[in-house]
Design a protein around this ligand. Sequence first.
Ligand code: ZN
Length: 135
Amino acid sequence: MEMPEKCERVDLFAKRYPLIFAKADLPWGLECGVGWDALLASMFDKIEPVLAVAPKSKFRPLQIKEKFGALRFYYEAKGFDKESQAKISAAVDEAETASQRTCEVCGQPGKIRRTNWIRTVCDSCADRIAANDVD
Ligand SMILES: [Zn+2]
C-alpha cells in the first residue's frame, strides 16, 4: 500500500520530535497544508523540551488540522504541573494565531479569505486556487 504524503510528513516530524509523537495516533496524517510546517516545527520545538523534563506525564497528539482557515492542534496532556501545562498551551496558541497570517500552501505571509472556501493563503496562492476552482 502506498503511504499517503501526509503520513510521510507525520513520520518526518516524529523523527525530529520523538517525545511528542511517541503515542501519536494520527490516522488522517496532517490535515493542513505544508505552508504551515514551519509553524508546526516551531511549536514542537517548544513542546518537546517540556516533555523531556516531565517523564511521568502523558502527551498525545490527537488531531492536527486546518479549520476555518486556522491551525488546530488537538492533544491530550496529563500529569503536567501548571507551569509545563502553560508552556504547552502558549506554544499551541502562538502557532494557531500565527497560522491566521501564514499561507497554508507556501508559508508566505497570508490572510484569511472567505470566498466559496475559507483558507489562509497569500495573494498568489489565492489567485492560483481561484483559477483552478471549478465551482
Ligand atoms: Zn502562498
